[in-house]
Design a protein around this ligand. Structure first.
Ligand code: GBH
Length: 480
């Protein structure tokens, strides 16, 4: 009722030209004079996400061992202009400045990852105290600034000395041991852990497509085994954290499940999107949340299906406290009468994208990510663990970076996320990817995802327009 009458008054003032100026808010009173902003639930958590290899640099410092990404990026022809994460954002040394940036945004949470080979230079065996100390310093600095750390144990930087990488089941076990160590050492400072980040990237892209480290192109049977070791590692880590962390520690994962958006919000297409969500994520999120591979996946893979040992699926399906979703591009589905019951529609060439060719803009993707996963698997809590975009950012002569396209992208996604929250889906927080421009894997430094601009020559950080916009969004706990 209150909103309604305010909207009417606002409409009248628009009609009466002389009053228009008075009707517009000043920045400081924005929240009170635009009551139709879309609000998030009280206590909704706002933050940013980063990953160790993308920001830390200091690749050879204080006893850090090499990861597969060090080897891959130093191999000619593998990354954009041969760029590496040797220095990246030098956050290893500049972490206090980066935490200051978070603080300035008003962020209350931060998603960061730990470099496994900084803590265990060989992946297993003797820990490196200096590596662990670095993370203790970062976590303490976050707490001193009132920011709650959410820690990813593995964001693709596998220790290079683990024989055969994810082709070996021993790597899954080693990950469990690493998770046990970290949760013993750091659960006094960290309440929320994510095991792995994006299975498909460190399995398929790394062992099938060859685009990510270690850059292999294996056959289907081997790839399925790698996938199995990936989800098994997650399961071992969940159990290790439960057994070793202090009471009250919570665990989930961060997964870029393929998100299927119904072409039209009608019953048959909504149901088609659910079928597609299960089948389209069968080797990964579906297996983790159901504790089994779908019949369809096993049938489709036939003799190439993964070899599963007794007890594996139970480990893989270990109950989680929350599910983290990294959300970028949509797939559109409609119901049809094929055996699968759905068809994925190819995108027209005019479908809009951001600065990365794979990053199609369909903001409703974030609503359906939350809704499909909740409808199918009813997780207790969901976090958006990544969402954001690349843009062709330019520093203007006045020093400003006017990334209005990124603001457009973020604003629209958050409006759809607000819809999910308003409808009662259990989404608890949002981590924007990313706090700052960083090493974008095979794309090197050619793609900028940050809301802070980084001059990679001087390491100077400058807030973009999107940082200013995000600050206002956090302050208002609302979007418009
Ligand atoms: C996330 O991946 C990552 O977690 C993060 O580290 C990364 O910086 C961020 O997104 C932005 O990319 O070149 O067409 O083969 C998102 C999922 C999977 C999207 C790999 C890009 C390569 C597509 N990414 N994919 S393509």
């Amino acid at each position: 009722m209150k909103n309604k009458s305010t909207r009417r008054r606002f409409g009248q003032s628009l009609a009466a030209a002389p009053f228009v100026a008075a009707a517009f808010p000043t920045a400081s009173s924005a929240q009170t004079v635009t009551p139709n902003r879309l609000s998030f639930p009280q206590g909704f958590k706002w933050g940013c996400a980063t990953a160790a290899y993308q920001i830390e640099g200091a690749a050879n410092e204080d006893g850090r061992g090499p990861s597969v990404w060090d080897i891959f990026s130093h191999t000619p022809g593998k990354t954009f202009q041969g760029e590496t994460g040797d220095v990246a954002d030098d956050s290893y040394h500049l972490y206090k400045e980066d935490i200051r940036l978070l603080k300035n945004l008003g962020a209350t949470v931060y998603r960061m990852s730990i470099s496994w080979s900084r803590v265990f230079p060989d992946g297993i065996g003797k820990p490196n105290p200096k590596g662990l100390d670095y993370y203790k310093r970062v976590l303490d600095e976050l707490h001193n600034n009132g920011i709650d750390p959410y820690v990813t144990l593995f964001h693709w930087d596998l220790p290079a000395s683990l024989p055969h990488g994810w082709q070996s089941r021993d790597t899954s076990k080693a990950f469990g041991d690493y998770a046990a160590f970290i949760s013993r050492e750091l659960s006094d400072r960290v309440q929320h852990f994510f095991t792995t980040n994006e299975f498909v990237c460190f399995t398929d892209l790394s062992y099938k497509v060859g685009q990510f480290a270690p850059g292999l192109k294996l056959d289907a049977a081997r790839v399925n085994q790698v996938r199995h070791h990936g989800i098994l590692a997650h399961g071992f880590a969940v159990q290790a954290i439960r057994a070793n962390a202090r009471a009250g520690t919570l665990v989930g994962l961060a997964e870029n499940a393929t998100v299927f958006v119904p072409v039209i919000e009608e019953k048959q297409h909504v149901e088609a999107a659910l079928k597609a969500t299960r089948q389209g994520n069968a080797p990964f999120l579906t297996a983790v949340l159901e504790g089994k591979y779908t019949e369809e996946y096993l049938q489709k893979e036939g003799a190439n299906a993964p070899k599963v040992e007794a007890g594996d699926m139970q480990i893989i399906g270990s109950p989680l406290d929350f599910v983290g979703l990294n959300v970028y591009s949509p797939e559109y589905v409609r119901a049809d009468d094929s055996p699968a019951g759905y068809v994925v529609l190819p995108k027209q060439s005019s479908f809009p994208r951001m600065a990365s060719p794979w990053l199609f803009v369909g903001p409703e993707v974030i609503y359906w990510a939350v809704r499909n996963v909740t409808t199918l698997w009813k997780p207790k809590e969901i976090y958006i663990t990544e969402n954001g975009c690349s843009a062709d950012d330019v520093v203007r002569s006045d020093g400003r970076i006017n990334d209005t396209d990124r603001v457009m992208y973020l604003r629209n996604h958050l409006m759809h996320l607000q819809r999910a929250a308003a409808e009662g889906y259990p989404v608890k927080g949002y981590f924007l990817w990313s706090l700052l421009d960083n090493y974008e894997w095979a794309d090197g430094y050619s793609k900028r995802f940050g809301i802070h601009y980084v001059d990679f020559k001087t390491q100077k950080r400058t807030p973009k327009l999107s940082a200013e916009w995000y600050t206002a969004t956090i302050a208002g706990n609302s979007v418009a």
